[in-house]
Design a protein around this ligand. Structure first.
Ligand SMILES: Cc1ncc(COP(=O)(O)O)c(C=O)c1O
Length: 456
């Protein structure tokens, strides 16, 4: 089925689009609405037939490309057998199979799975798990969640309260209590004015002090993205996550990795926990888990934690958390197909190889244009941060923002990337080719050159 706007006139078009909320600022968006009609591999075509390179895999979701036949076939086959099973009475064989597969590909010990539909839901589940776990193990006073400024854990009220982006929080305040923020490891702009490695990883050691000040007997969990996304791809120094692990062990606090973006291969291993060699108590994953075909996410926790929920019914209610769509058979069939596609085609290896190519391309751009102050990230999850003056790290004016101008120009030239006033990121599908990486870099090159020529 093709979709077309009924009337060409601008005012009529704006009127036609008044019946849908999109995530952009709607009045601005409706002036030049981007409406995709079809896609294949790493390419989209909009309703006017214009071709776009998908440099961010939908939104870090389309992990094995658009129109993947194996996943589509898995959906079709599952629809013919069982499309829904009763979530309040039991589960289905596909969900059990996916849970077992996830236990195989997750870091050691992480082998109990709760399915959800999206990243926000799965982070909510992890917060509830932490609180209920402490209650069941004799520490009912442990309820606070430590998380970081600049983080994004989702739009639902608990996940939003854990998030650290004022631009997305303030309008929704007041948010639920019990959330404490610490500064993230933004080494390029250290919040403590220090330099790595002489900083002694203050951003991590201070977490310990914050817990002491809060009272460790009240802290249930620390929730972090192993590599933060919002804030410009915050890739921590190698000591950072091991230090958080130690601090959590010292105070009997659960370490939760929000791997909604970094999970399912994006950093070159199935989970960023494996890339960093740090095993959390809980991994929350979503986005790439379903390749964007259906809503699907999973909370994967240590078996020892899950075991505490197995006590006798008189004293143990089980895990009090659930949703109508959790563990649906069609979604789980997609999850299984995704794991097989990633493993059978060595997409983790491809992610590492193309990630190295992307890094080299960014470095070449930094040599050509003296406005790239920092390059960050791992695998197919990497950003560049722009500076007006690289030596002093002075930023371009935030409005409209050099990164936004470059990102918008890249869109005009047919490339979707993630852009903010001061940074740009690429995160294409794990099966992206070298030629496609080169084409994405070429569009960025052209876009940056044009904006600089026009006067930044
Ligand atoms: C790291 C991270 N966690 C959680 C979420 C929320 O996921 P969802 O939008 O699927 O609810 C996002 C979404 O962008 C995310 O990037």
């Amino acid at each position: 089925m093709t979709f077309s706007l009924p009337l060409p006139a601008q005012t009529a078009q704006e009127e036609f689009l008044r019946h849908i909320f999109v995530r952009d600022q709607m009045a601005e968006w409706s002036k030049h609405p981007l409406i995709m009609e079809k896609a294949d591999g790493v390419l989209y075509w909009d309703i006017h037939g214009k071709r776009y390179l998908d440099g961010i895999a939908g939104i870090y979701t389309v992990a094995v490309g658009h129109n993947n036949r194996r996943v589509i076939d898995a959906i079709r086959q599952q629809l013919d057998v069982l499309h829904f099973s009763p979530p309040m009475h039991g589960t289905n064989p596909v969900a059990v199979q996916l849970a077992n597969l996830l236990a195989e590909v997750s870091p050691p010990g992480l082998s109990a799975v709760k399915f959800e539909c999206g990243g926000s839901e799965v982070n909510e589940a992890a917060i509830k798990l932490a609180r209920q776990y402490h209650r069941l193990t004799g520490n009912p006073g442990k309820y606070k969640v430590l998380s970081r400024y600049l983080s994004w854990h989702g739009s639902t009220m608990g996940a939003l309260a854990a998030s650290g982006l004022k631009g997305r929080k303030t309008v929704n305040e007041p948010l639920p209590g019990g959330f404490v923020k610490v500064f993230p490891p933004t080494c390029f702009r250290c919040p403590f004015g220090k330099q790595y490695p002489s900083c002694d990883i203050t951003c991590a050691t201070l977490v310990d002090s914050v817990i002491e000040m809060e009272d460790p007997s009240t802290v249930a969990a620390i929730m972090v993205e192993p590599i933060g996304h919002t804030g410009g791809i915050i890739d921590p120094p190698e000591e950072y996550l091991p230090l958080l692990r130690k601090i959590c062990d010292k105070h009997n606090i659960l370490l939760i990795f929000d791997e909604v973006i970094t999970g399912f291969g994006r950093t070159g291993q199935m989970f960023a926990a494996q890339t960093f060699g740090v095993t959390p108590d809980v991994i929350c994953t979503g986005k790439g888990m379903s390749g964007g075909f259906v809503p699907l996410s999973a909370m994967i926790c240590q078996q020892s934690i899950a075991d505490t929920f197995w006590g006798p019914i008189e004293e143990n209610p089980g895990f009090v958390e659930g949703h109508t769509w959790e563990g649906g058979p069609v979604a789980c069939a997609v999850g299984i197909a995704m794991i097989r596609e990633i493993l059978d085609h060595d997409l983790l290896g491809n992610c590492r190889r193309q990630g190295a190519r992307l890094r080299a391309g960014y470095e070449a751009l930094a040599k050509k244009y003296p406005v790239i102050g920092d390059i960050r990230g791992k695998g197919l999850f990497q950003s560049i941060e722009f500076c007006k003056n690289v030596a002093t790290k002075e930023q371009f004016p935030a409005k409209p923002g050099f990164g936004v101008r470059v990102g918008r120009r890249a869109l005009e030239h047919g490339l979707l990337c993630r852009f903010d006033p001061h940074w740009i990121a690429l995160g294409p599908a794990l099966n992206v080719t070298a030629e496609q990486i080169d084409e994405m870099l070429a569009v960025l090159d052209r876009s940056m050159g044009e904006i600089l020529n026009e006067g930044a």
